[in-house]
Design a protein around this ligand. Structure first.
Ligand SMILES: [Zn+2]
Ligand SMILES: [Zn+2]
Length: 140
């Protein structure tokens, strides 16, 4: 096992999660591909390397990670769940042309305040939609 996998393994163990092979592979995929992939994209990539892997096990692993607060699920597109291993609070920008979901590193004062009009904030997801700078450049 390479060093990266060892680190992922240690991270899971620290959270009291048994580092099974599939869990490590799914987590590794999410850490390497920071483009907010769908479960289907993760499955299609992993099945090339692990022909015995099932769709269900990938979906179950993702749900399990979400339960354990290791990953976030984004519903920005409205039609499919996208997965994000970056769990620090950040907003997202969806490009209507190329479909990419880009992390927006912008400050939100409400998050620091911890509440809004007396309601306690636990999670905060800002969804921005438009045309990304690359698509604007290409004049698509
Ligand atoms: Zn774009
Ligand atoms: Zn993100």
């Amino acid at each position: 096992m390479n060093t990266k996998m060892e680190l992922l393994k240690k991270g899971l163990l620290k959270k009291g999660i048994r580092p099974t092979y599939i869990r490590l592979k799914v987590l590794d995929y999410l850490e390497t591909n920071r483009n907010h992939p769908t479960a289907e994209a993760i499955y299609k990539s992993l099945v090339k390397e692990i022909p015995t892997i099932s769709r269900t096990s990938v979906y179950n692993t993702l749900n399990f990670f979400h339960e354990k607060e290791l990953i976030n699920i984004l519903f920005i597109t409205g039609i499919e769940a996208r997965f994000d291993s970056n769990i620090s609070p950040h907003h997202h920008f969806l490009c209507g042309k190329c479909g990419r979901i880009i992390d927006l590193d912008i400050e939100c004062n409400y998050f620091k305040k911890g509440n809004i009009r007396g309601h306690r904030i636990i999670e905060l997801h800002g969804y921005f939609k438009g045309i990304c700078k690359d698509c604007l450049k290409e004049g698509k």
